[in-house]
Design a protein around this ligand. Structure first.
Ligand code: AMP
Length: 397
């Protein structure tokens, strides 16, 4: 079944068409929305098309994507009717989305009810659903929420130590993010371990521009490092990660900034690797500066990797051990230095990597021969999860 996967964000729309019987990727692309000319990239096998266009909103972005997909010369489909279902990524699923669900009035309302908790993300996701419904009436659609796989966390993991009524009255709790990625790579790790899923304990490190660590027990999420929003947990490309909230009123007074500016702008966009080094949010630039002996890059890498190590230790202790640690996403899949610094000096926990394997691109199992815990590098594939879930839901409808 051909499934169109749509990830409609506030500044971009990503898409893929996956034939779910063979799991073949038919095409993929990206619309980067800007006030000026937007960039549209389309890839089909070896062929790549890049255009600059005026795209005013999500509706127009979806229209352009569908036109390209069915272009008689360069598209991958003859007709839109070849798309049998659409799977939408939604960032915040709140307590409603515990698994992938079909799009209907109730599930759409649930996405809209969560605008308050993820204003930029869920609004853009919602706009993508509505635009696709307009262009492809009658085609079944599904919603894969990025929080769904994390919804199995026990209350002791997701509650903040606040007055309890803030949870019951205002839904303030840990929700996490990157759930679809944690789900995909933990399932792959379970296959590699060759044990029944219920007997496994896995720590998954999704380290990209955004980053989070999850503890997965018996194939289900036990805890995750992101919180009420994706600002919490690890230090990231531009985000602070965990920080003492007392810093907020203090800096508001000292810097004369509002709470909104501090949290939405400075903590989210000007901190992390970028904030500490003043160089970049891109780990490739930080690595290059580190190799040249830049002190700030060295400090930032130490902070960054110590925090990942800290979450691994936290989850290792609370799960009473781990069978495997998994690295994934842009930094996790590509950055041997980061993996090496994280896994250094963890022999006491039975964690040791083989540096030669770690430095060889494409090696999945980087465990040292005398390590008790397996260490894997597994490329994530969130779109495949969304496509397979959507196809299964539609087939069972
Ligand atoms: P993601 O959010 O998963 O798309 O990851 C994006 C991040 O991956 C970028 O900010 C880069 O810092 C990082 N990245 C991509 N390629 C590499 C690489 N070869 N080495 C180190 N970091 C990389």
């Amino acid at each position: 079944m051909n499934v169109l996967v749509i990830n409609s964000g506030s500044s971009s729309i990503k898409f893929q068409i996956i034939e779910t019987d063979t799991q073949e990727l038919l095409c993929k692309g990206l619309v980067e929305l800007t006030d000026d000319l937007s960039t549209f990239t389309y890839t089909q096998g070896e062929n790549k098309i890049k255009k600059e266009l005026k795209i005013n909103n999500t509706d127009e972005g979806i229209e352009i994507i569908l036109k390209q997909i069915t272009d008689p010369e360069t598209g991958c489909l003859k007709d839109l009717s070849e798309i049998k279902a659409v799977g939408h990524r939604v960032v915040h699923g709140g307590e409603y989305f515990k698994e992938t669900m079909l799009v209907n009035e109730e599930s759409k309302k649930a996405v809209a009810d969560l605008f308050d908790l993820a204003p930029l993300h869920n609004r853009a996701n919602y706009a993508g659903i509505v635009a696709c419904e307009k262009e492809m009436p009658g085609v079944p659609m599904a919603i894969a929420a990025d929080t769904a796989f994390l919804s199995t966390m026990p209350e002791s993991s997701y509650l903040y130590a606040l007055p309890y009524e803030y949870y019951t009255k205002h839904s303030v709790r840990r929700y996490g993010a990157h759930g679809t990625s944690h789900r995909f790579v933990s399932a792959e790790a379970i296959k590699l371990l060759g044990k029944p899923a219920e007997d496994t304990k896995i720590i998954t490190c999704h380290v990209g521009n955004g980053a989070s660590v999850s503890a997965i027990v018996g194939g289900k999420t036990f805890d995750t490092s992101m919180g009420f929003t994706p600002l919490a947990g690890l230090m990231m490309g531009t985000r602070t990660g965990d920080i003492d909230p007392s810093v907020i009123p203090y800096l508001m007074e000292k810097e004369g900034v509002s709470a909104e500016e501090l949290v939405l702008d400075i903590f989210n966009k000007k901190s992390g690797l970028l904030g500490v080094t003043g160089i970049s949010n891109d780990m490739r630039d930080i690595d290059a500066a580190y190799e040249k002996g830049d002190e700030k890059a060295k400090l930032a890498l130490e902070m960054y990797t110590q925090r990942i190590k800290g979450y691994i230790g936290n989850y290792y202790a609370r799960m009473n051990g781990a069978d495997a640690i998994v690295f994934t996403a842009g930094v996790g899949e590509n950055d041997a230095l980061m993996r090496s610094l994280v896994c250094k000096d963890m022999e006491a926990l039975g964690i040791k990597i083989d540096e030669e394997k770690n430095n060889t691109r494409g090696t999945v199992d980087i465990t040292a021969a005398d390590s008790k815990v397996k260490v894997y590098v597994i490329p994530t594939n969130e779109e495949l999860v969304i496509a397979m879930d959507t196809a299964a839901l539609v087939a069972g409808k």
